[in-house]
Design a protein around this ligand. Structure first.
Ligand SMILES: *[C@@H]1O[C@H](CO)[C@@H](O)[C@H](O)[C@H]1NC(C)=O
Ligand SMILES: *[C@@H]1O[C@H](CO)[C@@H](O)[C@H](O)[C@H]1NC(C)=O
Ligand SMILES: *[C@@H]1O[C@H](CO)[C@@H](O)[C@H](O)[C@H]1NC(C)=O
Ligand SMILES: *[C@@H]1O[C@H](CO)[C@@H](O)[C@H](O)[C@H]1NC(C)=O
Ligand SMILES: *[C@@H]1O[C@H](CO)[C@@H](O)[C@H](O)[C@H]1NC(C)=O
Length: 818
């Protein structure tokens, strides 16, 4: 016992835990982000089992055709801007009481095709803005109380009921005052309290499905019809099986209330019930009688009703008719009592293959004849139109769209004498060629030959036309002048360019989508003087700079011309990198679009920069640096080569000179007169030690360079074969190019690691401060600041000391070891 209660509490705890998790907002809820630019979110057909999270800015949320079973109080919180919510086609059985409470802006709510077994008034209590509510096809048996629609003051369209609806009571629709549209599916209704639907007024269109009541409970059906029948309220009756005299009875109620428009939709009917219906409607001012979806059993024997009066019938429409016994069907000839009144007759998709001329002649008042989607051929059309003898003299609109017609000249001959004909619809036919000349009624303004197979346009087309639809043919160009034309439809052809506007001085609308237009421009449109509405999307646009600029600037913001099909239809087809992009959002670079300008500006700038660069390089002696570097690289390479050769021969570097003397040509006299004699042939009477007095070997370029070798190579090898390099510095030196090379090479040599740090010896022939050396000889400047240099004294008595120092410097450390 104790154990049991323990288990019970554990379960309870677990249950509460689960509940807690479920109501935890957004936890593990899937999300849906399929929202477009207009914040319309299409989350349908996604297999959701709970309401997914969606941006709170959404205006339209379509959750139809998922497997959602529950809408919790938290699922839709925050959606205060939502205008339309569809939960159509889910498994919805639970809606928590406050689930819709935050949807203050909701105007449209669709809960149809779900599993709601009861409606709660708490659901809708906060939906003050709701205008449309669809509750069809849920398994609730009644609407429940208190009245569910009480708070819906703006409600204008209401749909309720389903196969399970059994009962409608007075007050069920409390709060619903006026409706534009009411739909009630009550095929299984068994209890109806008269007046349940009676308080709604004004009442727009009413659609009722009352299958069972019409069959088995005509009193109930009468009561329902009685409550919704008003002269101005069109009534649509669906899903009826009218085979007995009794099944027609409920319509007496509507007839008594003098309804004007009645539609039967999806109805099974027999000859005798048609007679009964005509009797019931005798003298009733019904102006429109529509039948959409009818299965007829019988032979068309309705003459027993020929005494009835139907003079008020103005419009008669039958669409989608199946005559079960079509071969036994008698002619309409005895139907004069019916046929002589209506002005509009439509027999659409009824397998009509001919309307005999005799029957046509009965249609005395006919102004509008629609025989679209039937089986007429050129031959039977001739019979129907009495071989063009001009019967149906009041006919203004003829629609024979969707028939198996082949010859355009035949139809033009047949309608020629219909002197009042203004509209002719011969679309969806087999016309494949257009003769050079045709004859048409003189008033023909509207001609629709869309979805035929035309390849050319000829003067067959009448010049009186104001509206011409040639869309979805195979036209490649259009060169016919139509001075009165206001509207031209050319979508779905193969036009490569816009037709010239000069052909249509009055054209206001041009629809030319889905052709093969590559581009068009201002000049093309300027030839259209009156054009206001152009729809040219879905073409294969070549997004050239001119076209993009034109479309973006002149058109999207244009005032006189309106692009009715919207920016999103203008998509680039080429060039490849722009394919698929919206023309309105393409950003093209200046480089691509203004090539000439770009190139000339670039050249100009380039030239300018070049000149500036050249001037500054010239000023900065760049050429000199360049020459230097080149020489340096070359010399270094040959030096390395020499060294490699030497390494291969495994010999020590051969030092053939004590010093290489680098000097300017202009200082040659000093070198020859003072330096060479002093160092190479020292006088014996000097007070210097014998060792010091040993003659030194000097390398002078004048004397020791190999003729025929490149000078830099010579210098290089001279330095390599000399222990030291002596630089004779003077004004002349710094101005002599060769000296500069030598300086640099010595520098390179010094830091190349092969020579000692003091491989260079500077001799200043005249006082020369570091600052006298031009800045660009930075190496020399560096050398001057790092290396001690000897100054050539002007006074005789100090020269001895100078030579001594020089010798010591040349002999290097050997001297110091003494
Ligand atoms: C909904 O669930 C059923 C099974 O319960 C499944 O057959 C169906 O495919 C699901 N529908 C969607 C849209 O996922
Ligand atoms: C109601 O009518 C439908 C056909 O419209 C039928 O299939 C169904 O069994 C009927 N009864 C109930 C209680 O739904
Ligand atoms: C027409 O009326 C006659 C006599 O009233 C009757 O015999 C006949 O069956 C009726 N025909 C139809 C189609 O209702
Ligand atoms: C002719 O009928 C077709 C198909 O029913 C329809 O789309 C078209 O608008 C009709 N044309 C006119 C001029 O009413
Ligand atoms: C021409 O006929 C087609 C097909 O019937 C229809 O879709 C189209 O709207 C008609 N064109 C005009 C301008 O009414």
């Amino acid at each position: 016992m104790i154990q049991h209660s323990g288990l019970y509490f554990t379960l309870l705890f677990l249950a509460s835990l689960c509940r807690g998790q479920r109501s935890d907002p957004d936890a593990e809820r899937p999300s849906c982000s399929r929202c477009d630019l207009h914040l319309s979110c299409d989350c349908s057909h996604h297999g959701f089992t709970v309401v997914p999270t969606v941006t709170e800015h959404a205006l339209i949320l379509d959750l139809s055709f998922n497997n959602i079973t529950t809408v919790t109080d938290n699922d839709l919180t925050g959606h205060t801007q939502l205008r339309a919510l569809s939960l159509h086609g889910n498994q919805l059985s639970v809606i928590e009481p406050m689930a819709f409470d935050s949807l203050w802006s909701l105007e449209e709510l669709d809960l149809s095709d779900n599993q709601l077994t009861a409606l709660e008034n708490t659901w809708f209590s906060k939906l003050g803005a709701l205008q449309r509510l669809n509750l069809l096809n849920n398994p609730y048996r009644g609407l429940g109380s208190p009245a569910v629609f009480q708070g819906l003051v703006r409600l204008r369209r209401l749909a309720l009921g389903g196969p399970a609806l059994q009962e409608l009571k007075r007050g069920d629709l409390g709060g619903v005052a006026q409706l534009e549209e009411l739909t009630v599916h009550a095929n299984n209704l068994t209890r109806y309290e008269p007046g349940a639907l009676g308080d709604i007024w004004p009442l727009g269109r009413v659609t009722l499905s009352l299958h069972e009541p019409f069959l088995t409970n005509t009193a109930l059906a009468s009561a329902v019809l009685c409550d919704v029948s008003y002269p101005e309220t069109p009534i649509i009756l669906e899903d009826l099986h009218l085979t007995t005299k009794l099944s027609i009875q409920p319509l007496r109620e509507s007839a008594r209330r003098r309804i004007r428009s009645i539609t039967f939709r999806n109805v099974f009917i027999a000859d005798n019930t048609i007679v009964n219906l005509l009797v019931v409607l005798n003298g009733v001012p019904v102006t429109s009688l529509f039948v959409e979806g009818m299965t007829l059993v019988g032979e068309g024997r309705w003459e027993n009703a020929s005494w009835t009066d139907h003079r008020s019938i103005d419009e008669f429409l039958i669409r989608n008719v199946v005559v079960l016994d079509v071969y036994r069907f008698v002619s309409f000839l005895q139907l004069q009592f019916l046929l002589k009144y209506p002005r509009k007759v439509s027999v659409i998709n009824a397998k009509v293959f001919v309307l005999p001329c005799a029957t046509s002649e009965l249609l005395e008042n006919l102004q509008y004849l629609d025989l679209s989607d039937n089986l007429l051929t050129d031959l039977t059309l001739a019979e129907t139109l009495c071989n063009g003898r001009g019967k149906l003299k009041d006919l203004r609109v003829l629609n024979i769209s969707g028939n198996a017609l082949k010859s355009l000249s035949t139809v033009s001959q047949l309608v020629k004498k219909l002197s009042k004909l203004t509209h002719l619809d011969i679309s969806r036919t087999g016309y494949s060629s257009m003769p050079q000349g045709c004859s048409w009624p003189s008033l023909l303004r509207y001609l629709n030959i869309s979805k035929a197979k035309l390849t050319t346009v000829t003067p067959c087309l009448p010049t009186t036309l104001e509206v011409l639809d040639l869309s979805n043919n195979d036209l490649k160009d259009f060169t016919l002048a139509l001075p009165a034309l206001r509207e031209l439809h050319l979508s779905g052809n193969k036009l490569l360019r816009l037709p010239s506007g000069r052909l249509f001085p009055n054209l206001q609308t041009l629809i030319i989508q889905s052709n093969t237009l590559n581009m068009f421009g201002r000049s093309d449109l300027e030839s259209y003087r009156r054009l206001q509405n152009l729809q040219a999307g879905q073409n294969k646009f070549v997004c050239s700079c001119e076209f993009v600029a034109f479309l973006q600037l002149d058109l999207m913001a244009g005032e006189d011309l309106h692009f009715a099909d919207g920016e999103e239809n203008y998509i680039c087809d080429s060039p490849l990198d722009l394919q698929g992009q919206l023309v309105g959002q393409v950003h093209q670079s200046i480089v691509v679009c203004h090539q000439v300008l770009f190139v000339s500006v670039c050249c100009g700038v380039g030239l300018f920069v070049g000149i500036v660069l050249f001037i500054s390089l010239w000023r900065l002696h760049a050429l000199w640096y360049l020459k230097m570097t080149w020489a340096w690289v070359k010399a270094k390479r040959s030096s390395r080569r020499r060294r490699r050769v030497r390494d291969r021969m495994d010999s020590e570097p051969l030092l053939s000179y004590d010093a290489f003397v680098s000097y300017s040509e202009r200082d040659a006299t000093w070198v020859e007169n003072f330096l060479v004699p002093e160092l190479e042939e020292p006088s014996q009477n000097d007070s210097i030690s014998a060792r010091t007095r040993e003659p030194l070997t000097l390398c002078l370029h004048k004397r020791d360079f190999l003729p025929g070798h490149w000078i830099v190579d010579n210098i290089m090898s001279a330095m390599e074969h000399s222990r030291r390099t002596v630089f004779i510095l003077s004004e002349n030196f710094v101005q002599s190019d060769w000296c500069r090379y030598e300086l640099d090479f010595s520098h390179f040599w010094m830091f190349d690691g092969n020579a000692g740090r003091d491989a260079a010896i500077l001799i200043l022939l005249e006082p020369l401060s570091k600052d006298d050396v031009p800045k660009r000889f930075c190496k020399l400047r560096k050398l001057m600041s790092s290396t001690t240099y000897l100054e050539w004294p002007q006074e005789e008595d100090r020269r001895r000391e100078f030579w001594r120092s020089l010798r010591i410097a040349l002999r290097g450390e050997e001297e110091e070891e003494d």
